[in-house]
Write a protein that binds this ligand. Structure first.
Ligand code: NDP
Length: 494
């Protein structure tokens, strides 16, 4: 289990390895004053960093990427050690880090450069332009489940857009946060453009009220609400990437073997602790039996444990197994069937795969984030029913659709931010695609052009090029001027 041992001194954050409880490191617990000092320093660095321009920032961020790649085994080992995830899961995370960092650095100049806009009829004598200025200092608050990949989204995009960043990693993964800040510091020696601050919820709360120019938060919906409330006080803008309850929809014409393989990987990799992991499957009744058999067969074949050869590692936090157990018990008490595993699959630190079928509406396993290796498989009579059930959920983060003929059609009916057709989680691996949710999953986007614009202040400028023939924007205008304009508007737009 990770997290602060009960006897840990309060002035430190202690990181431990969930695989064996070994202490990994101790980090200073930063107070509100420490956070304020970090933000002040970041603000000083911000004018230098934004003044460098896109090309110079790109070369520094590219150098950071190359350094990360040279030392990627360190990062992989650290991610595994602090979260308990398998080496393969940690490697995938590191690959995503590098890919998104490359995209942000390469595209910031193109996406954010000055844009000319047609001035239109009324202001024909003006030029009109849009600029995207950096905001200044961005506060990034990250979760433990993908301690490098998730924060690198806002960090890389904010930096590429010309901001500096103060980053509060989860209390469970301070080491990864420090590693990211230290490695960037090695290639950008002049000023500190990414500072990590450590602590628990209070340190994150202090970052929200520290005067940063935006907070990019990723974590649970309940904490997201607290972040938004704290930021409301000073009208600090927020980007909220919150929880999910992602559904997979499997149509009768789908490649059933591929869909079952994807459901198992999407639901169980990283021990099910993935915001866009598959938590619910709605499968057409014509193929439900075969699909469920394959899911159970594939899931039962996986090795769970703390050993290096395990497919599913331990749960990363102390609290998570009891939440998973509660969801399983609640579903069974309401009439669900356990096709694989059950309450006994939950051990103090590991959870064996669980497949639940016939889970009734209103069960926690359908409405709340389970965040463990549990897959719900419910059969539906039509894909319209599947869409209705998938959408009957407060969360709206991601989804997957398996269908040979109608994938994109079904995808467009889902009230979520991202959908993979005939695959799972693919959208997270396309750096040019905006990533984010709707409803209880939050708002705002990281990744892609939208992810870059999130960290800018949009400014519109008009410049009068020639004196106008008619002058409607002056008290010197005459009734004839306005009548002439009215006639012109009717002719052109009527
Ligand atoms: P939490 O909400 O518990 O914590 C997220 C971060 O917020 C942590 O750094 C935490 O610090 C900090 N924090 C806690 N309280 C406050 C506060 N009052 N003010 C400011 N910051 C605070 O989430 P988890 O770390 O448990 O992460 C798992 C959650 O993240 C899941 O719900 C998952 O779905 C979601 N998530 C969403 C993603 C998305 O893109 N939509 C991606 C990945 C995860 P500390 O840890 O020290 O308490």
């Amino acid at each position: 289990m990770t997290g602060p041992p009960v006897d840990a001194p309060l002035e430190e954050v202690v990181s431990t390895d969930p695989r064996d409880g070994r202490e990994l490191g101790r980090y200073p617990l930063h107070s509100a004053a420490d956070v304020a000092a970090a933000v002040t320093a970041a603000r000083r660095a911000a004018s230098w960093w934004s003044g460098l321009g896109y090309a110079a920032r790109r070369s520094r961020l590219d150098a950071w990427r190359r350094l990360i790649l040279r030392r990627v085994s360190e990062l992989v080992e650290l991610i595994s050690a602090e979260t308990g995830k398998t080496t393969a899961d940690a490697q995938l995370e590191a690959i995503l880090v590098v890919d998104h960092l490359r995209w942000a650095a390469a595209h910031a100049g193109k996406v954010l450069r000055r844009r000319h806009v047609r001035p239109g009829l009324l202001m024909y004598n003006h030029s009109a332009t849009v600029d995207h200025h950096p905001l200044g200092v961005v506060g990034v608050i990250g979760p433990w489940n993908y301690p490098a990949f998730i924060p690198i989204g806002p960090i890389a995009h904010a930096l590429a857009a010309g901001n500096t960043v103060v980053f509060k990693p989860s209390e469970y993964t301070p080491g990864v946060g420090k590693w990211l800040a230290d490695t960037l510091g090695e290639v950008v020696g002049e000023q500190t453009v990414l500072e990590a601050v450590f602590g628990f919820g209070d340190t994150g709360a202090a970052l929200c009220t520290s005067g940063v120019d935006k907070v990019a938060f990723t974590g649970s919906t309940s904490t997201g609400k607290r972040v938004m409330a704290a930021c409301a006080e000073s009208l600090t803008p927020v980007l909220l990437e919150c929880g999910g309850k992602d559904a997979m929809l499997v149509d009768r014409d789908a490649d059933i073997a591929a869909a079952a393989d994807a459901a198992v990987w999407g639901g169980l990799s990283n021990a099910g602790q993935t915001c866009v992991g598959v938590e619910r499957v709605y499968v057409h009744q014509a193929v439900a039996e075969r699909f469920t058999e394959l899911v159970v067969e594939n899931a039962a074949a996986l090795r769970t444990g703390v050993g290096r050869d395990a497919d599913i590692g331990p749960m990363a936090t102390r609290e998570q197994p009891s939440i998973v157990a509660e969801h399983i018990r609640d579903a069974l008490a309401r009439g669900a069937r356990a096709a694989l595993g059950g309450p006994d699959s939950v051990r103090p630190s590991t959870v064996e795969p669980v497949v639940l079928t016939e889970v009734r509406e209103g069960s926690l396993a359908l409405t709340e984030e389970t965040f463990g290796p549990v897959i719900v498989v419910n059969r539906v009579a039509t894909m319209d029913e599947a869409v209705a059930q998938a959408n009957a959920c407060a969360y709206g983060l991601g989804a997957a659709v398996y269908s040979r003929a109608r994938g994109p059609q079904i995808a467009r009916k889902l009230r979520v931010g991202m959908v993979s057709v005939n695959s799972v989680l693919a959208f997270a691996g396309v750096p040019g695609l905006p990533f984010g949710g709707t409803g209880a999953s939050g708002f705002g986007r990281v990744h892609g052009p939208e992810g870059l614009r999130e960290f800018t202040r949009t400014q519109s400028i008009t410049r009068q090029r020639v004196r106008p023939f008619l002058r409607p924007l002056s008290f010197e205008r005459s009734p004839r001027t306005m009548d002439a304009l009215m006639r012109l508007i009717r002719i052109v737009y009527g």
